[in-house]
Design a protein around this ligand. Structure first.
Ligand code: DC
Length: 429
């Protein structure tokens, strides 16, 4: 996924000005989503369509082409940048934007416009609905007096003739509609950062938000970089072996590990293999990686890679990042590549530390990839609690062939995963 910044907030909070400066500064595609609602409103008004005639509106949505080029908006090929800011549109856009069919269609369009591009979107529901996984979410607010003042000034600059009284009435009305709507009401996303611009000028507000974007962009770049595996150079191999040497000594002193039937990890030495264990602590994967000559590449949540030390560590040990909660194709590709290279891939079917205790659903990724790549699964039961100077046991089980679970039963993959987990539990007793 690309880098997405969501700027939400009420009318006149300064979203447009601020977003446009930030877009330039961070080289992001700028998308004013409000303008898409304005375009449709203009079209419905031009064609005299009753806002209650949903069938007709649906048809208009299908037949309408909205495009953006820089800060210009085109409706069916015609530049309507100015026209969508007129009184006529101002007075009707709120009503149109609350028609569910309009929202579904335009949210889809907005997602498509930003697809695959690092973008900054301003609107009302970007962080809550359009891009709920946005990298940065800002809720930009300002007092009503300040917002009226700004809109009046903006109108003057654009030669739009609306009285201050009308502007205030219009903003108040829109605030009410936006906040009380049953369809996508304006509200701050739980994880959005609240920025009040009432008492800060444009430069100061930009500075505040820039700082947030910079930090998140750095994190994002670190995560993206973690998918670019470092080449297996002599220096990398030396670094890995030196770290392993030091770590094994420390590990043996602190956790007094005992390995049982480690040979099972080597029984399929000339093929890829998936190592599946119970997940108790970060030290469990470390124990498997450090105590084996065979390289085991674990899959780990991508957030770990934003820490500079862990970032280097992950590169040296070829850890595979995975973004949770989204189909991470890049990660899956790296897993299959690992298996194709006849390496060992480490996956915790519990998905998270103590997943079974937390009653999270088991993850089927290991069983699925083992089936697709035609490799065996090595279950590992880990017993112990990783408290210093208490023994930890790593018990390696017999390789499991998941293909024997393949039937016409649509739940066969879940059955295979359950079987793997059962073996792990038995081995950890
Ligand atoms: O930001 P603006 O004033 O140009 O927005 C025009 C209208 O569109 C406004 O009534 C709110 C609505 N809107 C929305 O419902 N969702 C968005 N993401 C953006 C704008």
């Amino acid at each position: 996924m690309s880098f997405i910044v969501a700027i939400d907030g009420p009318s006149g909070a300064g979203k447009g000005t601020i977003t446009s400066i930030l877009a330039k500064k961070f080289n992001l595609l700028y998308l004013d989503t409000g303008a898409t609602y304005r375009c449709i409103t203009l079209k419905l008004l031009n064609e005299n369509i009753d806002f209650n005639n949903i069938e007709k509106i649906k048809q208009v949505l299908e037949d309408t082409k909205i495009e953006i080029n820089d800060k210009k908006f085109f409706l069916d090929g015609k530049d309507v940048t100015k026209e969508i800011r007129t009184k006529r549109v101002n007075e009707n856009v709120s009503t149109v934007s609350h028609i569910p069919e309009v929202r579904v269609s335009l949210v889809n369009l907005q997602r498509k416009m930003a697809q695959g591009k690092d973008s900054i979107l301003e609107g009302r529901d970007i962080g809550t609905n359009v891009f709920p996984n946005a990298n940065v979410k800002i809720y930009l607010d300002a007092s009503i007096d300040e917002r009226v003042k700004r809109r009046v000034k903006q109108n003057k600059e654009q030669n739009i003739d609306i009285s201050e009284e009308d502007v205030r009435k219009n903003i108040e009305e829109r605030d009410y509609n936006d906040l009380h709507s049953t369809v996508a009401p304006l509200k701050k996303a739980e994880d959005a950062i609240y920025v009040d611009s009432s008492k800060t000028n444009i430069k100061q507000t930009v500075k505040i938000i820039s700082k947030i974007i910079k930090k998140e962009k750095h994190k994002y770049d670190m995560i993206e970089d973690s998918y670019n595996m470092w080449k297996e150079t002599p220096l990398k191999i030396i670094a890995r072996n030196v770290l392993k040497f030091i770590f094994v000594i420390l590990y043996k002193i602190v956790f007094i590990p005992k390995n049982i039937n480690k040979k099972n990890l080597y029984s399929n030495k000339d093929e890829g293999v998936i190592v599946c264990a119970n997940h108790i602590s970060y030290m469990d994967a470390t124990g498997i990686v450090m105590q084996n000559k065979r390289k085991v590449r674990f899959v780990a949540k991508s957030e770990l890679f934003t820490n500079p030390v862990l970032h280097h560590w992950a590169h040296i040990f070829d850890i595979i990042p995975v973004k949770r909660g989204e189909g991470d194709l890049k990660s899956v590709k790296l897993c299959f590549k690992t298996l194709k290279n006849k390496e060992a891939l480490g996956i915790f079917p519990e998905g998270t530390i103590d997943g079974l205790k937390k009653h999270t659903d088991l993850k089927n990724g290991a069983a699925y990839m083992a089936y697709k790549a035609k490799v065996k699964v090595i279950p590992v039961g880990i017993k112990g609690n990783f408290k210093p100077f208490r023994r930890v046991i790593f018990n390696y089980g017999e390789p499991i062939d998941v293909s024997k679970f393949k039937t016409d039963d649509p739940n066969w993959i879940e059955n295979a995963t359950d079987y793997i987990m059962d073996q792990i539990i038995k081995l950890s007793k």
